[in-house]
Structures are given as structure tokens and as C-alpha cells.
Design a protein around this ligand. Structure first.
Ligand SMILES: C[S@@+](CC[C@H](N)C(=O)[O-])C[C@H]1O[C@@H](n2cnc3c(N)ncnc32)[C@H](O)[C@@H]1O
Length: 156
């Protein structure tokens, strides 16, 4: 049986979906180029991955917001129990799913979701990750509060 959708997706034609789509426009347009661009600071990227990996464990459910093309999620998910990686851009998530097809990772799922909107399950995750995206949210305090609501009591 398919797993239930972990994100409450705004209905097509709804105001919430129109807002999401407008925000995603730029990222949808540049997604294929973004995916093809090499990482500028590979050593720094690997250091970040190592640091985050050391905080993860196989009993954790992890949420990533603004995951882009999913390359970081594909590297980190094997160190978590489960990982839901999300992005406001449907095109970014399409690329992430293509990458997943080439590198199937059973713990990892992708979904389109706006980190500015209350679309995630509350109290469902042990960690929330965000890389290179918090400067893009509409209201940082509000987005961080929404992210905090997704965490289980005692999670950090
Ligand atoms: C600079 S890219 C970083 C992608 C990835 N985290 C990385 O480090 O390569 C920023 C990403 O944030 C996403 N994004 C921008 N605003 C967002 C929002 N409100 N909710 C979720 N994702 C958002 C964009 O679609 C884009 O994929």
C-alpha cells in the first residue's frame, strides 16, 4: 500500500498553490542549470555533510526544507531512519526524483512544499535540515517557528 502523502498539498487552483507556484517560478526556470553547476567549495560541502551525518542516527525521522535537486538528501538519508526532503519548486523535486531513480534510497522521499506554509505534519520529526535556503523564506521567524512545530518534543 502506498504511504500517505506526508505533506498537505494545496489544491490545484487554490490561493495557497498559486502563492507557492509564484515563489517557485524562478527556481523552476533555473533548476536544470542549478543541477548541472558544480559545487563551488567541495571541501566545505564535504565538511558540512560530515558534521550533519555525525548528528544523525538510524532511529531518526528527518525533514529537509528547500532541498533543491536532492543531492544532499541522497547523501544524508542513509544515516537516518527516514527522510522527507522538500522544496517549493516542482522542477527541483522532479530532478531530485530522477536522481533518486538512479540512486534508489529506500529511506528517502521527496515532496513539493513551501517552508513558509503550515503544510508539514506536526511533532513528527527528530530533526529539520535547511541548507542555503533560509535567506529565501518570506519571514524567517515564522518559517523557523513552523519548522520547530514539526519536531517531536525533545528534538533539536
Ligand atoms: C540556493 S538553493 C539551495 C538548494 C539546496 N538546499 C542546496 O544546498 O543545494 C535554494 C532552494 O530553496 C528553495 N526554496 C526557496 N524558497 C523556498 C520556500 N519558501 N520553501 C521551500 N523551498 C524554498 C528553492 O526552490 C531552491 O531549491
Amino acid at each position: 500500500m502506498p504511504l500517505p502523502d506526508p505533506v498537505s498539498t494545496p489544491a490545484p487552483g487554490s490561493v495557497a498553490n498559486a502563492l507557492r507556484a509564484r515563489k517557485a517560478l524562478f527556481w523552476d526556470r533555473i533548476a536544470r542549470k542549478y543541477a548541472a553547476d558544480p559545487i563551488a567549495d567541495m571541501a566545505g560541502y564535504e565538511t558540512t555533510l560530515q558534521r550533519v551525518r555525525s548528528l544523525l542516527s538510524g532511529d531518526q525521522d528527518v525533514l529537509e526544507i528547500g532541498c533543491g535537486t536532492g543531492s544532499t538528501a541522497l547523501r544524508l538519508a542513509p544515516f537516518a531512519g527516514s527522510m522527507l526532503a522538500t522544496d517549493v519548486s516542482a522542477e527541483m523535486i522532479a530532478i531530485a526524483r530522477e536522481r533518486w531513480e538512479r540512486q534508489p534510497t529506500p529511506q528517502l522521499r521527496f515532496a513539493v512544499a513551501d517552508a513558509d506554509a503550515p503544510v508539514f505534519a506536526q511533532g513528527a520529526y527528530d530533526a529539520v535540515l535547511a541548507f542555503n535556503m533560509l535567506h529565501l523564506v518570506q519571514d524567517l521567524d515564522a518559517a523557523l517557528a513552523l519548522a520547530a512545530q514539526t519536531l517531536r518534543p525533545g528534538a533539536c
